[in-house]
Design a protein around this ligand. Structure first.
Ligand code: SF4
Ligand code: SF4
Length: 182
């Protein structure tokens, strides 16, 4: 999909058209605790998207670092729900298979998503194992920390699914159907 098509998709399917109201004041980036670590702060990210440079926007680590603190939303003078757009851009990046070469955060999210879909919950071990499969060197670097946590019984091995797993899976199926239909 080219940049123009990606922009149209973001604006129409993911309600990104709201960012047309952005006045580039920078209050979002200024209030974001993670901005110093982001490739682009929210202000710049929206400018890229608005200009149609969607591939660059989707390759950024910005939305993956967002911790949904809503500081930016509180500060935005145009009432743009910035956090929602971060989720939308994450979904788009996954859906379009676009990510920066070597980006690890999407894999961490994927490691988290799998057990949640299966059990409605995660355990640290499940997430770590799934992530380690894709990034074994990272896992080796953290092995001593994992051992320390295990010794202190801070690593949960056993999986305790949510009580109503059948109901939970129905919700997930419905969510997927709605996603496809939208
Ligand atoms: S919600 Fe996300 S983008 Fe907004 S301030 Fe918090 S971390 Fe930054
Ligand atoms: S705070 Fe709102 S208006 Fe200002 S740059 Fe961020 S998104 Fe745009």
């Amino acid at each position: 999909m080219d940049n123009a098509a990606l922009k149209a998709r973001f604006f129409e399917k993911y309600h990104g058209e709201e960012i047309r109201n952005c006045i580039q004041c920078g209050s979002c980036s200024g209030s974001c605790p993670l901005a110093p670590f982001m490739d682009y702060g929210p202000r710049q990210l929206f400018e890229l998207a608005r200009e149609g440079d969607m591939e660059d926007a989707l390759k950024a680590n910005t939305m993956w670092l967002c911790v949904s603190c809503y500081n930016c939303v509180v500060k935005c003078p145009r009432d743009i729900v910035i956090t929602d757009h971060m989720y939308a851009l994450k979904k788009m990046a996954i859906g379009e298979g676009i990510q920066a070469p070597g980006a690890k955060l999407p894999d961490l999210y994927e490691a988290f998503r799998g057990p949640v879909e299966r059990y409605g919950k995660i355990t640290d071990i499940q997430v770590m194992n799934r992530y380690a499969f894709r990034h074994p060197v990272d896992a080796m670097k953290k092995a001593s920390l994992a051992l320390k946590l295990a010794k202190r019984k801070r690593l949960e091995h056993k999986v305790y699914p949510v009580k109503n797993l059948v109901g939970f899976k129905k919700v997930m199926t419905k969510a997927r159907e709605l996603e496809k239909a939208s």
